[in-house]
Design a protein around this ligand. Structure first.
Ligand code: GAL
Length: 802
């Protein structure tokens, strides 16, 4: 019987390495007590030496192994150790693993003590070894270090299923089927046979059951394929992601010897020249790239943080696709994508560089591990089998493609490139298109990059073309947003582009060769705390599930170049926006389909702040009032440097209405700049189906207050430690971000919770975030946030524990 026992607590860790640490006799009381996921060092937010995590270290743990029957074995499974590991039990070397993005198992059985506890020691090398992908040249992200993904003991029968790959087939027909590849491990060396039972359930209800007699050779590794017809299932779709479970039971000599449960979905992906189809339905892929990094802990974050990222993509950013740039990521992230109906582009580790033959052999191993580990996730719709943006290497990429197709022909291959016309061995031409400069068309036509009749997907755009900080001025934030908008418009307008995946979901720590000199690449539509920049609303406003109304300006003319407000964009999915100024209706504004004909939801552009107020309040004729308004709007956009026709028009209007320049200026101030008035309040209400669904108010005199929000109220310490994100916002009374606040806050905790990272934080762009983590006990934890100006805010978190 197979049994999994998570072992994420109770580890000892030393941030250096000496051979003697591997000896079971070594006294490790000077080691730190740590828990997995663990980062070999906590790194500062920015401005640090990128070498600080690149060192050798040692982890130790006492294991209490249950007594094993003669035909049982015990393995240890590591889901991710960055970057190289050697595993020892009781001083005996048992195996090594190269590469931090794929898991591995080591058989402990032969080195077990007959009595007393067993001492596990793991040597971890987190240096950037050029023999392991992605290393060998520069890389635009950090890889961090340590045992950063979960670890478990696996008790198995000597003949057991190591991987099971479920491949639903013909799911759109009346005769759907399942092919299942069964990868067995036979440690007995003997030929054996048994009955394999397959039980498929959906939401706890049995859906189908069948069985088959299997015979095994004495070989250590062997593959069997079972195929069976099943009843018509419910399909996994992005709107209704129905999941099934497959339980496999292997009975030998009347006893169940091995059992596994796999989650999967019935769905069909097809990629053709005219686009991507899920279950036969054409879908435009709108996505963002995700790194698996977080501030301070790097990669070492537990399940709930991975879940949260998937939820942010689905619910907050409203996209339907995510690319795991540039390596396979946590199973928890994929699990949540399965549950939410978020499509995933999975790819092998690497960045531009291809190493020598042994490096390439590891890369091929990565293809295999990626597919066997992630292959049951219905969310994964494509395998990326090229090193991101590498040069052509047909011999190597013929092999990666061949292997991917051999292991899983149900999904297409892609290979992310940035070189037009590069050698095309994959099923989909997946191209990083950084051609947009803010002025030109959003994307290059596929005929100019792929030149071939292949399906086409844009896998990156924007990013380094316009780095943007959450605390940049509003003109800069707006330009970033507009660039994403332009790319999306082009993508939606072209039938030969199946979708686009923007660079990137959030900012990330990086090496000295990239980023803004502080070891951060500010390429995200969110910051490292997953707090949105304006560009995030370009994505969010394309969905229909929740109303979005995000205004590109704070409406302060003093923020703008030349004190000119210009056109204000509203990123929204509302049918129209009704605008009031100081309580007076200006007018309704509609999405600008004339400018953005292809977007699901074009932005609304506010280009009139006056409405008919001049006509109503002043004694001009209607015609003159309109002409004066038009001139004012022009000045507000372009400044006073008017062309000759407008100058004449202005002169004529002044003369005709007996106004001097001072009176004209006063008029402009009254209706435009709003100087000297009590207050200028703009209110924008979005309507959907005739109903108001969202209102945003901009009022320059509004008082501000500090808000602390926790993403959840509870933490649960189960198989690992747990965490939740808190965000801090300084807001005005209408909940607008106060973007130039740099207030400092201090955090204190009480009870069984801790703060990840520093406890004194500045707001950046009016907000910040931090993660609260469990500290080993159940109970109630309190977070106290102190600010000199705004006092103390308290938040209670309930912690449960298994
Ligand atoms: C791409 C690369 C990404 C990131 C991005 C920045 O070339 O694939 O990893 O560096 O540029 O825009």
């Amino acid at each position: 019987m197979k049994r999994r026992e998570p072992i994420n607590f109770g580890w000892k860790y030393k941030a250096d390495f000496r051979e003697e640490y591997l000896s079971p006799a070594y006294d490790d009381t000077d080691f730190d007590n740590v828990e997995i996921p663990h980062s070999n060092i906590e790194i500062p937010y920015n401005y640090f030496d990128e070498k600080i995590y690149q060192f050798e270290s040692c982890y130790r743990r006492k294991l209490h192994i249950d007594s094993l029957k003669r035909d049982e074995r015990v393995y240890i499974h590591f889901e991710g150790i960055m970057t190289y590991a050697r595993v020892f039990l009781n001083g005996v070397f048992l195996g090594e693993h190269k590469g931090g993005y794929t898991g591995f198992r080591i058989d402990l059985t032969d080195a077990l003590n007959t009595d007393g506890p067993d001492i596990l020691a793991v040597y971890v090398d987190s240096t950037e070894r050029s023999d392991i992908p992605p290393f060998g040249h520069v890389v635009d992200y950090l890889t961090y270090g340590g045992i950063y993904r979960e670890t478990a003991l696996e008790y198995c029968h000597e003949l057991h299923l190591e991987h099971g790959l479920i491949k639903p087939d013909n799911v759109l027909t009346e005769t759907p089927a399942v092919d299942m590849d069964l990868y067995f491990r036979n440690d007995s060396g003997r030929a054996q046979s048994g009955e394999m039972e397959f039980i498929i359930t959906c939401r706890g209800e049995e859906f189908f059951r069948t069985g088959e007699r299997l015979t095994f050779t004495g070989k250590k590794e062997q593959k069997q394929v079972c195929s069976f017809q099943v009843p018509v299932p419910q399909l996994w779709d992005i709107d209704n992601p129905v999941l099934y479970e497959m339980e496999t039971l292997l009975t030998m000599d009347g006893e169940i010897r091995d059992s596994r449960t796999f989650r999967f979905g019935f769905r069909q992906v097809d990629y053709r020249k005219d686009g991507f189809r899920l279950n036969g339905k054409l879908i435009k892929l709108l996505g963002l790239n995700r790194h698996q990094s977080y501030p301070y802990t790097g990669y070492a974050m537990p399940r709930s943080a991975q879940y949260d990222d998937a939820e942010i993509l689905k619910y907050q950013l409203g996209v339907n696709t995510v690319r795991l740039s540039h390596y396979p990521q946590s199973r928890h992230f994929l699990d949540r994508c399965d549950e939410l109906g978020l499509l995933v582009f999975d790819e092998i580790p690497g960045w531009q560089h291809i190493g020598d033959e042994s490096w390439q052999a590891l890369s091929l191993q990565n293809v295999r591990d990626m597919i066997l580990t992630d292959g049951n996730h219905p969310s994964v719709f494509i395998w990326g089998v090229r090193v991101n943006e590498s040069q052509d290497n047909d011999d190597f990429y013929r092999k990666t493609n061949e292997l991917a197709r051999k292991l899983d022909a149900t999904r297409p291959t892609g290979g992310v490139r940035c070189i037009a016309e590069s050698s095309m061995l994959e099923d989909v031409f997946t191209f990083n298109d950084f051609s947009h400069t803010g002025e030109n068309s959003g994307l290059i036509p596929p005929s100019r990059t792929s030149g071939k009749a292949k399906p086409y997907l844009v896998t990156e755009h924007n990013g380094h073309m316009y780095p943007t900080k959450k605390f940049d001025d509003e003109a800069h934030l707006f330009s970033q947003a507009k660039r994403h908008l332009a790319v999306l418009e082009t993508m939606y307008s072209r039938e030969d582009i199946s979708g686009s995946i923007g660079w990137s979901m959030f900012d990330y720590n990086t090496h000295k060769d990239f980023g803004s000199g502080d070891k951060i690449c500010y390429h995200g539509v969110m910051d490292m705390f997953r707090l949105p920049k304006l560009a995030a609303s370009v994505y969010a406003s394309q969905q229909d599930d929740s109303p979005v109304l995000e205004i590109s300006s704070s409406m302060n003319i003093g923020e703008r170049e030349g004190s000119l407000l210009g056109d204000i964009y509203i990123f929204t999915n509302c049918d129209y926006i009704r605008m009031y100024k100081n309580g007076v209706l200006i007018r309704d504004f509609h999405p600008r389909r004339d400018l953005y004909p292809s977007l699901p939801h074009p932005p609304v552009i506010i280009d009139d702040f006056i409405g008919d107020a001049i006509e109503k309040n002043e004694s001009f004729s209607s015609r003159d009032a309109l002409a004066i308004k038009e001139l004012m709007l022009k000045i507000s956009r372009e400044g006073l440097d008017l062309g000759i026709r407008d100058k004449i028009r202005m002169g004529w209007l002044l003369f005709k209405n007996r106004m001097n320049t001072k009176e004209a200026e006063d008029l402009y101030t009254k209706y435009f700049a709003g100087w000297g008035g009590e207050a200028t309040t703009f209110s924008f209400t979005g309507y959907k189906d005739g109903q108001p669904v969202k209102t945003v108010v901009r009022d320059q005199n509004s008082p501000v207050s500090l808000k602390l929000k926790a993403d959840r109220e509870t933490l649960h310490e189960g198989e690992t430690w747990d965490c939740l994100r808190c965000t801090v916002h300084l807001e005005d009374e209408y909940a607008n971000a106060v973007r130039y606040a740099h207030e400092s806050i201090t955090l204190e905790t009480e009870g069984p919770v801790g703060i990840i990272g520093p406890k004194v934080l500045p707001l950046t762009g009016g907000s910040t975030g931090f993660w609260v983590r469990t500290a080993g006990a159940a109970g109630t934890g309190t977070i106290r946030l102190k600010s000199e100006r705004f006092g103390v805010i308290k938040k209670e978190i309930r912690i449960t524990k298994n």
